[in-house]
Design a protein around this ligand. Sequence first.
Ligand code: ATP
Ligand code: MG
Ligand code: MG
Ligand code: MG
Length: 477
Amino acid sequence: SKRIKIKALLESNETNIDVTVKGWVRTFRNNQFIALNDGSTNNNVQVVVDFENTDAALLKRITTGAALSITGTVVESIGKGQKIDIKAKEIEILGDSDPEKYPLQPKKHSLEFLREIAHLRFRTNTFGAIFRVRNSLSFAIHKFFQERGFVYLHTPVITASDAEGAGETFHVTNFDLDNIPRTDTNEIDYKQDFFGKATNLTVSGQLEGELGAMALSDIYTFGPTFRAENSNTTRHLAEFWMIEPEMAFYDLDDNMDLAEGLLKYVIKYALDNNREDIEFLTQRLQEEEKQKPQNERSEMSLLEKLQFCLDNDFVRLTYTEAIDILKDSTPNKKKKFQYLVEGWGTDLQSEHERYLVEKHFKKPVILTDYPKEIKAFYMRQNDDGKTVRAMDILFPGIGEIVGGSQREERLEKLEQRMDEMGIPKDELWWYLDTRRFGACPHAGFGLGFERLVLFVTGMGNIRDVIPFPRFPKNAEF
Ligand code: ATP
Ligand code: MG
Ligand code: MG
Ligand code: MG
């Protein structure tokens, strides 16, 4: 008989056929009932073993974590909770698992513990659901852009530019670290390095993406991004995935429309295609919420939050308007936001972002027109001389999920800003060429993929939504 995935088997209601399933044992009760899972769904198939006619030595090897191949007949279930069982005819042990040593016991483990065994956490229901949702979201992202005629452009992982000028880069070298070549003045001699200059892992594909957009009109990148920042937060990783579309002939309004459309499209796709997993995660979150004091519990369930996001327009307002709101608000116990002592011109902290989204508007928010001092050099300058055409999208429970802008296409303005910020023009000669030859209005944004997965799965820590999280002092798995 043919091997069938457990999800497909449970969805078809056919009985009295012979099938083969392969998977890992979740539990084995009473020497009779195997709960078998193959990761296609969180639902296990129940395999009924005829223990009286099965070799005792083989029964002993059916342990939690063992890999099995089962051939048997699909029958109507004798138990509650599932429609079908498999009556086993042949049981083959593909891989034993010593129950004394197997770290995943059939009980609830904490997320902290599971992070320490990240190589095995795929085998739990929570992580099965998360990574299937993550998979769907990444497929939906490609689907969205491909349906709109965008070109998927692969920008380099190794670059010589640090797009944001933030200096949070991982250096790339093939120097023998015990014997680094030096110049006469004892500087590292990058001329002798592999590329003949200092290089680093990409912090953003934007600048290269702009080159593509200046010919192909609409492009997007979707790849890994590296930042050696102190990522000891629940929202930062040292290695994360970013989606960066870049569009010629777009202004900031077009850019916001596209970003809002993209977010709604992929959330809806996940709701339509991963209902079961999202319902599981909703349930999981509700149990977690029950541990909290009443007044800290969230008003909406995960499912409601996602649906709410689809049903409502994102609120759009300027940074300056946001500051005015924050200035007059008393977030807790009549205490005003401390930071507004500094006032206009400073970057919002996540407590301000979350106040606007979660308390004031209770909706996703797009903030625009930030002070130029707190944004990158390439953003289009407004006529007020103080702000740039930037946008950040803020989500409940997440804070910033998207950062983007209309780009400065006027060579003179761009060069002037680079001078002011001390960004070397000669190193970015190729970028400036797009302003010399056929410059046009254009815009783009960066969507942090793990922040999106956080939102859709309702998880609280970004380290739990990427298969192999990279953060300070952690590169084990
Ligand atoms: P933040 O203010 O949260 O540090 P940022 O403004 O530094 O983010 P951008 O340079 O605007 O980030 O990058 C675009 C998007 O990439 C962000 O909106 C966010 O969704 C995501 N992102 C940025 N840094 C990280 C990180 N270290 N780990 C995961 N996602 C990130
Ligand atoms: Mg940052
Ligand atoms: Mg930011
Ligand atoms: Mg940003």
